[in-house]
Design a protein around this ligand. Structure first.
Ligand code: GLA
Length: 678
């Protein structure tokens, strides 16, 4: 397992951080097997022109390097590796196991995954395998062993890229092999069927199990199924896919000393991997991020994902393994980036701790599913705006090379949990409009708009470095996680907790005695009934705020009432409260507040806790601070259409100009370095 300090040092090998030649990694996925070898020389020449330092290859190489069950052919890969090596370009080498070739699924159709209705997927796309399949695992193990044996000591190989976006398409398989693996997992967790019955509450609805053989994955049922079963299946599925990674990781650690990682998907639309459990096995934390135009504010979600990735890296720098220069091809409408947006997106990642920025992919495909996905080199070739932007971006990253190894500064923590996400979004809850990630994003956006940088932390994390912690809709919470927040407040910290938090324990069992069970004492109140709002409904608070989605009957104890409902089902009842607890305070928000009011409330709570909230916030300028041993680096990213002033003094790294006060043109990015006097 890697500690966070080894994450930093593994990445430092790619960025040479802290040394005179330090740089930020810049690169892409490179899929040369799509092209005639005559194209490769031009690829390498243009990669050098663009300042590419690292490329991911062999990610989907399986069918090329093992064309038949007992035939390995490394000639193409050897040639590419040598070309890259000669050009001084580092390699992020795929183990090649991401997508089984047709011969494997033809010979062993039982490796194909099965959905909750019992329908087996066909091959023909990618990642079509059951993560628990011993046949798939043996084949992947064999391939990985061949690849690592052959290239494990090659001087150009800087990073191992295990598989690809593990669990992107196949996180949940319901086949009989998965069922058996699920039972093994449950047996290891509970020991006895009786213990499982207790945890799952199977006395209700006549679901009691008499033997392990009766236990199944949560396949499609007529009515809603058992929620604790669904929750355990989500945990099992995350563990099972992690085990696919670990199987390859063990091979790599035995045969090579090059750092190992895989690309995470900390995004808005994929929630199947509990990356808090995965992170310790990575030498470098790497994320893939694509703007999601189905969301109201894609660039704010980008910032959230970047902060969450840094959280997974324990605050250390991390690697953006994939993003797009323009449009993707897998959303309903694939919106490209307007001029300047690529620079803003990239610098938002860098501001939030990325020490390397890579793209999918090098050259836009002429064929196949992703031919309309943008790339560094578009279909139009170098005679294109995109190519000029890529060159400009590469130059800009060169001018901030000294950032490598520096760390983001944040006084506020936001608690985020994949497990709580799965649990909150289970069926049969008070309102289908309460979706965990939406509430997390709402809190994050409110902090973003208040100009407050946050660290995203796991529940139960040590909070002592922070002044304020925000826990949005933390429905499922374990006792030790409750204690972490309670101790933090008792010791002088400020917590802001929002509705539908603290409701159940790890088995999805309601904490009795009034909601929000786990936090009633800390918050100095209890809730005796939920009053979710009708679809599209809203309530007004006496301070003018609007609430949507949710309301509830709060009975204050020690807590002070900050705002009450002016209308709706609970006029005159508390909507927002604040409790003094030990040396600190605990705020509670009982409805989904509108953006400006949530932002104002979080800014007020943070400010009262001593957080430095920028006075000029709320103008669409993203501000983040990275700190090095002897200098501070302040990022300003103007997302607005107006010129914005900023009070910054120092050396602006992108223009090389000394500044005393900034005028930020619309869309501009600036990084101001200030020497620190110790
Ligand atoms: C993911 C995958 C890539 C590619 C991109 C397209 O990130 O890892 O192989 O499919 O999506 O956006």
């Amino acid at each position: 397992m890697s500690s966070s300090s080894t994450i930093g040092s593994a990445l430092a090998a790619l960025t040479a951080s802290g040394r005179a030649e330090s740089r930020l990694a810049f690169g892409c996925d490179y899929n040369p097997e799509q092209w005639d070898p005559s194209v490769w020389a031009e690829d390498i020449r243009l990669m050098r022109e663009a300042g590419v330092t690292i490329v991911a290859i062999n990610v989907f190489g399986w069918a090329q390097i093992q064309p038949r069950p007992d035939v390995f052919d490394f000639s193409g890969l050897d040639a590419i590796i040598e070309l890259l090596h000669e050009a001084g370009i580092g390699i992020n080498l795929g183990t090649g196991t991401a997508s089984p070739p047709p011969w494997l699924s033809t010979k062993h159709p039982e490796i194909l995954p099965v959905d909750a209705d019992g329908v087996r997927a066909w091959p023909g796309g990618r990642q079509a395998y059951c993560p628990s399949s011993p046949v798939f695992r043996a084949a992947a193990q064999r391939l990985a062993t061949e690849v690592v044996t052959r290239y494990g000591s090659h001087p150009a190989v800087q990073l191992w890229h295990v598989s690809n976006e593990l669990g992107c398409h196949n996180a949940h398989c319901y086949c009989d092999v998965s069922a058996s693996a699920f039972r093994d997992w449950l047996r290891a967790k509970y020991g006895t069927v009786d213990a499982l019955n207790t945890a799952w509450g199977t006395t209700f609805w006549s679901q009691r199990y008499g033997a392990w053989e009766e236990v199944l994955p949560p396949r499609h049922t007529l009515s809603a199924g058992n929620p604790a079963q669904a929750l355990d299946f989500a945990r099992f599925s995350s563990d099972e896919v992690l085990e696919c990674y670990r199987m390859e990781e063990r091979i790599i650690r035995r045969l090579s000393s090059v750092p190992v990682t895989t690309n995470f998907m900390v995004t808005a639309h994929i929630r199947n991997q509990d990356y808090w459990q995965w992170a310790p096995y990575m030498d470098v934390i790497a994320n893939d991020h694509y703007l999601d135009h189905r969301l109201p504010d894609p660039h704010q979600e980008l910032s959230f994902a970047a902060d969450a990735t840094r959280g997974l890296a324990g605050g250390d720098p991390w690697l953006l393994m994939e993003q797009a220069t323009g449009a993707v091809n897998w959303q309903p409408r694939n919106i490209t980036k307007v001029p300047g947006e690529l620079m803003r997106n990239t610098f938002a990642h860098v501001a939030r701790g990325a020490d390397g920025v890579c793209f999918f992919q090098w050259r836009a495909s002429a064929q196949g599913t992703e031919k309309f996905h943008s790339a560094l080199l578009p279909h139009a070739g170098t005679d294109s705006r995109k190519w000029q932007e890529v060159l400009e971006l590469s130059r800009a990253l060169g001018s901030v090379r000294e950032l490598a190894g520096t760390r983001v500064v944040a006084d506020v923590a936001l608690v985020f949990s994949w497990e709580a996400w799965w649990a909150t979004d289970l069926d049969s809850h008070p309102s289908e409009e309460l979706r965990y990630l939406e509430q997390v994003h709402a809190a994050y956006r409110a902090l973003w708009e208040a100009g407050i940088t946050v660290d995203i932390v796991r529940p139960g994390a040590d909070l002592s470095a922070y002044r304020t912690v925000v826990a949005p809709s933390l429905y499922l919470v374990r006792d030790d996680e409750v204690k972490a927040v309670t101790d933090f407040v008792a010791g002088g910290g400020t917590a802001v907790i929002t509705f539908f938090s603290g409701i159940v324990d790890q088995d999805d069992r309601v904490r009795l005695g009034g909601y929000p069970g786990a936090f009633t004492n800390l918050l100095g109140l209890h809730v005796d009934e939920f009053f979710p709002l009708a679809a599209g409904g809203s309530v007004t608070l006496d301070d003018g705020a609007t609430g949507t989605v949710w309301s509830e009957h709060i009975v204050p104890g020690a807590a002070d009432v900050v705002a009450t409902y002016a209308d709706g089902p609970l006029p005159g009842s508390p909507a927002v409260t604040r409790n003094t607890f030990g040396g600190g305070s605990a705020w509670y928000v009982g409805t989904a507040l509108d953006r400006p009011h949530l932002s104002g409330l979080l800014a007020r709570a943070a400010q009262e806790a001593g957080v430095d909230v920028p006075a000029d916030h709320g103008d669409g300028v993203e501000q983040v601070l990275r700190r090095g041993p002897d200098a501070d680096y302040r990022f300003y990213i103007n997302h607005s259409d107006e010129t914005r002033p900023a009070r910054a003094a120092g050396l602006e790294l992108l223009t090389g100009a000394a500044v005393d006060g900034l005028e930020l043109p619309p869309g501009a990015v600036r990084v101001v370095k200030t020497k620190r006097e110790e």
